[in-house]
Ligand binder design. Sequence first.
Ligand code: IMP
Ligand code: MG
Length: 187
Amino acid sequence: MPKYNIEQDVKKVLISEEQIKEAVKRIANEITKDHINSEKNLLLVCILKGSLPFMADLMKEIRIPCILDFMKVSSYGSGTVSTGQVKVKYDLSYETLEDYDVVVVEDIIDTGHTLSNLLVHLKDRHAHSVKLCALVDKPDRRIADVKVDYCGYTIPDEFVIGYGLDFDEKYRNLPYIGVLKEEVYKK
Ligand code: IMP
Ligand code: MG
């Protein structure tokens, strides 16, 4: 079967490329301002895979020295409903985080299970400070109590794709965030 244009599966654009750029700049400025006077190193932790485009754009707008690391955790299967179970599949390269101000870079916060579990993990490693940054927040679906320090956009309870966010590993390469047509995930 020939490949098709993935944009035909998008019901509507929710956050445009322009709006993403604005949010990235705003968040990067806040992170810069909050950490400019700290004596610790700023460590950005990208939660793979969905946060990759956000991390790449965000780090370029931060105006103080920072270092990068990556983690991969699983909370979803291939569907659209959270299991509540979070497993670390790929861990940080730092054993102890005492010398670091950590900013966790997440694509989206939904139930909050992923981040509340991660937070415990980072605190166990004695991070000097831990802040959470998410491009998209869906507060209506929150189960675990997590405080988002830096948030791009708050959206209603809709399943979104693009700019790193996937459905069944697809659509991550869309440059904007959109709502998926229902017939795609009900197939
Ligand atoms: P939480 O643990 O329920 O907060 O979910 C966080 C993770 O679920 C995110 O990092 C995403 O990978 C995934 N997720 C939650 N909502 C969506 C969505 O609307 N579209 C795509 N992925 C989502
Ligand atoms: Mg993700």
